[in-house]
Design a protein around this ligand. Structure first.
Ligand SMILES: NC(=O)c1ccc[n+]([C@@H]2O[C@H](COP(=O)([O-])OP(=O)(O)OC[C@H]3O[C@@H](n4cnc5c(N)ncnc54)[C@H](OP(=O)(O)O)[C@@H]3O)[C@@H](O)[C@H]2O)c1
Ligand SMILES: [Zn+2]
Ligand SMILES: [Zn+2]
Length: 362
């Protein structure tokens, strides 16, 4: 079905696109259905996953690929069967998921765990059941099934809401699932896009103590302003794992590289503590001795984004608690340079690409 607007965005054509070589071009969105919403994008946050995907580091990028899954904009077309009362003109967002089977006989979807459905469709680099490809938010417009579109609460600015939709929910979900709150001491490994949300949310959830675990002390002052009560620099503090041993109930690790002192992180856990990995390195994470888990009865797990219901709950919580992410806005036309800067570790702490007025995108 034709639309008065074109679907255009920054396309990675091959693995080299991660080196600042995405090209602006047209693409074919998913085939329209009456449960879909077309969104005119105003903002798109930049997630570490965008880099892994452009580099085909996880091994399965279907080029051409338009990345970006922290999308906020205006609903410009809403199908007659769209859910959640979304109307044309509403300020809406999309996170890292744009589809799942939603069938009543799917254990995951029927339990509100759409994010774990085996037919999960990523907002980019995914394929819908009808064979259409999904394209992300480094673009002017996007088309997404309404089940995965969220109304943005009035209290949250669009630029702040965008990175919550992947970066925020990916730490909010494991924190809330694993008891972060009064009486708990919580560590966040990696003070990047996800990690900074981890500090903000852990503090707002009322944890007794929040500890930032970073490689160097360069982010210490920022982390403390975000809510960290203590700071560990793993490349700089001698004997850190010994000094801080058995001090934390829960650790959420956002580390994006396989080069991590995993066995040492476990030593920070108290008896029956939990370690949840959300960072998704391209290579295998380090091996460790079974005794690292057995000796203190600790659990090692993972977590993937969050469900649509959890995203709504997080947005409500963020509005109530006035969570203010640390973002740097950049024009959409500078997407290539922003990819290079994120890869260089320069983001403090999330770049959010902003669409310029019509016609000024190149
Ligand atoms: N599980 C999920 O559902 C999910 C969802 C979104 C993203 N992710 C993944 O989560 C990871 C983090 O994403 P992000 O957007 O937060 O990325 P980011 O902003 O680049 O942050 C990653 C952080 O990892 C730490 N790190 C440790 N060793 C590193 C190394 N050798 N090279 C680079 N960084 C290193 C750094 O923290 P310090 O400087 O403090 O050491 C860095 O700030 C990515 O792998 C991404 O794909 C997973
Ligand atoms: Zn993401
Ligand atoms: Zn399902």
């Amino acid at each position: 079905m034709s639309t008065p607007y074109k679907f255009q965005g920054w396309l990675g054509m091959d693995k080299d696109s991660v080196n600042g070589k995405m090209v602006w071009g047209d693409y074919e969105p998913k085939t329209w259905t009456e449960s879909d919403v077309d969104i005119k994008i105003t903002h798109c946050g930049q997630c570490g996953s965008d880099i892994h995907t452009l580099r085909a580091g996880w091994g399965y990028t279907i080029f051409p690929c338009c990345v970006g899954h922290e999308i906020v904009g205006t609903a410009v077309k809403v199908g007659s069967a769209a859910k959640k009362g979304i109307k044309v003109g509403d300020r809406v967002g999309v996170g890292a998921q744009a589809g799942s089977c939603l069938k009543p006989d799917c254990e995951d979807c029927s339990a509100g765990l759409e994010n774990y459905c085996s037919r999960m469709v990523g907002t980019y680099n995914g394929k819908y059941a009808d064979g259409s490809k999904s394209y992300g938010g480094y673009a002017k417009y996007t088309r997404v099934p309404s089940h995965f579109v969220f109304k943005i609460p009035d209290g949250i600015a669009s630029a702040d809401a965008a990175p919550m939709l992947c970066g925020g929910i990916t730490v909010y979900a494991p924190l809330t699932h694993n008891g972060c709150g009064p009486g708990k001491r919580v560590g966040i490994v990696g003070v990047g896009g996800l990690g900074h949300f981890g500090l903000l949310f852990a503090k707002a959830l009322g944890a007794d103590k929040v500890v930032a675990i970073s490689r160097t002390r360069s982010k210490e002052s920022d982390a403390k302003q975000m809510g960290a009560d203590d700071f560990i620099a793993t490349d700089e503090d001698k004997d850190w794992a010994k000094t801080h041993r058995q001090t934390l109930d829960l650790i959420v690790s956002t580390v994006s590289s396989p080069k991590m002192p995993l066995g040492q992180y476990f030593r920070l856990l108290k008896t029956q503590g939990q370690f949840i990995q959300v960072g998704a390195p391209e290579d295998k994470i380090p091996s460790f001795s079974a005794f690292a888990l057995i000796a203190k009865g600790v659990k090692f797990g993972g977590s993937s984004i969050g469900s649509p219901a959890e995203i709504d709950a997080m947005l409500k919580f963020a509005a109530e608690k006035k969570i203010k992410p640390w973002i740097v806005t950049r024009p959409m036309k500078d997407a290539n340079q922003a990819v290079l800067d994120l890869e260089d570790g320069k983001a403090r702490y999330r770049y959010v690409l902003v669409n310029e007025p019509e016609g000024a995108h190149l």
